[in-house]
Design a protein around this ligand. Structure first.
Ligand SMILES: [Zn+2]
Length: 303
């Protein structure tokens, strides 16, 4: 490795976040801009090039390379983006290679949930752990399993789609086309359905606002987060039985409400998972917030 800094870039459907990341995971020169993924691919790539060069210019030491976290699925070699529901112009593209050619800097890429898990493992809530599961709650449910210090990727490289664990054979239709996935229950649309069916007075209330109402003691609002925690707990109990992790961390856009759903989540896991696995198990919020993907992307450069 030639420098003690690398560049992490997290490409989401609405925002691109980027920063210089040092060998301890500390961020500097953070950028957070609209993604403009409605434009064409060459325009997007040249903007990434410009971001990369801007950050390199701000560093007074050599930069080791660039890591890209992309909200999509990669092929097994992590060279081509094969699926990206919110970043359609990236599908079929060799994004890392294109950035490498334009900037002359070594560039790697991975899925955003994998990057989040790597970032939390490097300098966040899972630091020092070799057996952990990271879950992100947002519009969709994402995640990654790290076992023995390695991400579980499976044969095609797509392993770790924790949002699409089926938890109910007769459950509602999911964004993936199947029925009864975890995401169909507690992804953004699933939570909205639960609210409309059970607490219609909150049909037009955003989750952040609902969180405030719940904290102020409203039982109906609290119930929404209890439902979230308990439903997530069913899936996590299964994951605990399969992977025997020492740690489960939960982050993502809904993590602002972790105080409300964490205990129902733990209760459900305690009630369902193998008792012999529970003694060594911790379940806690992720700690790097929206920047976990940037840290993780930069970490990939060092691996
Ligand atoms: Zn699904």
């Amino acid at each position: 490795m030639s420098g003690s800094l690398s560049i992490g870039i997290d490409i989401g459907g609405t925002r691109v976040k980027a920063a210089l990341v040092d060998e301890k995971g500390a961020l500097s020169s953070e950028l957070n801009e609209p993604s403009h993924l409605d434009r064409d691919y060459p325009a997007f790539v040249s903007r990434l090039k410009e971001i990369t060069e801007r950050l390199r210019g701000l560093s007074d030491v050599d930069v080791a390379g660039v890591g890209l976290a992309v909200a999509g699925l990669m092929d097994a070699e992590r060279e081509v983006v094969i699926e990206a529901p919110n970043c359609g112009i990236l599908i079929g593209r060799r994004l890392a290679r294109d950035i490498e050619q334009l900037t002359g800097m070594m560039t790697v890429m991975d899925n955003d949930a994998s990057a989040m898990a790597l970032g939390e493992g490097f300098s966040g809530a899972a630091r020092g752990s070799r057996h952990y599961i990271a879950i992100t709650l947002g519009t969709g449910i994402g995640g990654a399993v790290v076992s023995g210090g390695r991400l579980i990727r499976g044969f095609d490289g797509g392993g770790g789609e924790l949002g699409h664990i089926p938890i109910d054979r007769h459950g509602p239709r999911c964004n993936c086309g199947a029925h009864g996935c975890l995401e169909a229950f507690i992804g953004k649309a699933g939570l909205r359905r639960y609210i409309e069916q059970n607490h219609p007075q909150f049909s037009d209330t955003g989750l952040k606002e609902l969180n405030v109402i719940a904290r102020n003691g409203d039982d109906a609002a609290r119930d929404v987060f209890t439902y979230l925690g308990r439903t997530l707990g069913v899936a996590v109990a299964g994951l605990v039985n399969i992977f025997n992790p020492e740690l489960v961390i939960v982050g993502g856009g809904v993590a602002h409400a972790s105080e409300l759903f964490m205990e129902p989540l733990r209760e459900e896991v305690r009630a369902r998972a193998f008792k012999s696995y529970l003694g060594s198990l911790n379940i806690r919020p992720a700690s790097l917030g929206n920047w976990a993907g940037v840290v993780g992307a930069a970490t990939m450069v060092r691996q």
